[in-house]
Design a protein around this ligand. Structure first.
Ligand SMILES: *Cc1c(COP(=O)(O)O)cnc(C)c1O
Length: 363
């Protein structure tokens, strides 16, 4: 069983994508046009937010949001110890200081108590990540930010449609960055991303930054970027957005089946906090013998992946920060024992049964 399958050959979906492609080809408009505008308003509405600016990818969404918020050299940004490297790369890209703190060992998201302990005079931003599809404890994080006058940027690259107390990602933080990389819960057929917020001035800055720092053509107010969303990707995303709720429900149902069936198996299953709506971008279990479990599953034709095998603080790219083994024990433990089982909306109950059966036979 393959871990990934974008499902683009599904006939109904394929027909709608082909129609979207034809619409763009007929319009002759290919960059920042009517499809992008329509997608931006549809996705903002989906998130329950006022503004959405389409950009080139998820990393750029974070970089542009940080720049728009005026974050740069001398500012500290609090990030989770356990995340995909992009979260840390975004902070380094704007010249700010990465301040990692540990994650909660049950939700794998930023631990508010660890955040509170890390806030200092140079702290400007808290950057929670809805890792695997589970939101961070946004209530406590926003309360900390209010008390200390900090900006909150959520990395929701894995959290489209995730909710904290029935509020959707995009409507809670001061700005939320999304990726529409093809494998994400809402995916383009190439690279794409967006910044969602409720602040008109911030939205206008992101729009300026994505287009060479110009609000008006050839009038460059700041040194910006080229990070635009193109019409084809926006048209494809509009097709996929219509399916996001049903595909999220399918993910949640499969995750419930997994968790119920794996109750007696020798793995730790993911938890969902009482205040959370988990969107299961990934279904991640833990095992002290992860590598053996992985080869056992591979021998039964079950492909799995590891998200992520090396913590950011032990990556060569971040060696200059001066952390070493032992600096973030929770992140290091997770890197050793997490394993992502196949979960995508099109998987049938029989496929899940096959995986469960294979896991249960691991001794
Ligand atoms: C995918 C991802 C990103 C980056 O998105 P790109 O579109 O690939 O740049 C950032 N953060 C997390 C947590 C991700 O999973």
């Amino acid at each position: 069983m393959k871990f990934l399958d974008l499902g683009l050959d599904e006939p109904l979906l394929r027909g709608e994508l082909d129609a979207a492609y034809a619409r763009v080809m007929d319009s002759g408009w290919v960059i920042l046009g009517p499809e992008v505008e329509a997608f931006e308003s549809e996705f903002a509405a989906y998130c329950g937010a006022q503004h959405c600016a389409g950009v080139g990818n998820g990393l750029d969404a974070m970089v542009l949001a940080l720049r728009a918020a005026g974050v740069g050299a001398g500012d500290e940004v609090i990030v989770p110890s356990h995340t995909f490297a992009a979260t840390w790369v975004a902070v380094a890209s704007v010249g700010a200081t990465i301040r990692p703190v540990e994650v909660d060992p049950s939700t794998y998201t930023l631990d508010p108590a660890a955040v509170a302990a890390a806030i200092g005079p140079r702290t400007r931003v808290i950057l929670p990540v809805s890792l695997y599809g589970h939101p961070a404890d946004m209530g406590r994080i926003m309360a900390l930010a209010d008390r200390h006058g900090l900006f909150v940027l959520e990395d929701a690259a894995q959290g489209h449609g995730s909710e904290f107390q029935a509020r959707r990602a995009g409507s809670i933080a001061h700005a939320t960055a999304f990726s529409f990389y093809p494998t994400k819960n809402l995916g383009a057929i190439g690279d794409a991303g967006a910044v969602v917020c409720n602040d008109a001035a911030l939205d206008a800055k992101v729009r300026m930054l994505r287009n060479y720092g110009a609000r008006t053509k050839y009038e460059h107010e700041v040194v910006g970027y080229n990070s635009r969303l193109d019409e084809l990707q926006a048209a494809f995303l509009r097709v996929q957005l219509k399916r996001l709720d049903s595909s999220t429900e399918a993910r949640r149902a499969l995750a419930r089946t997994y968790s119920a069936s794996l109750a007696g198996a020798p793995v730790v299953t993911p938890s969902e906090a009482s205040w959370a709506r988990h969107v299961y971008h990934l279904y991640v279990v833990r095992s002290p013998r992860r590598d053996d479990l992985r080869s056992h599953l591979q021998s039964r034709q079950v492909e799995t992946l590891i998200h992520y095998p090396t913590p950011c603080h032990l990556q060569p790219a971040f060696a200059t920060l001066g952390y070493g083994p032992g600096s973030f024990p929770i992140a290091e433990q997770l890197a050793q024992d997490v394993l992502s089982l196949p979960l995508r909306p099109a998987l049938g109950a029989d496929a899940i049964d096959h995986v469960v059966e294979a896991v249960s036979r691991f001794v």
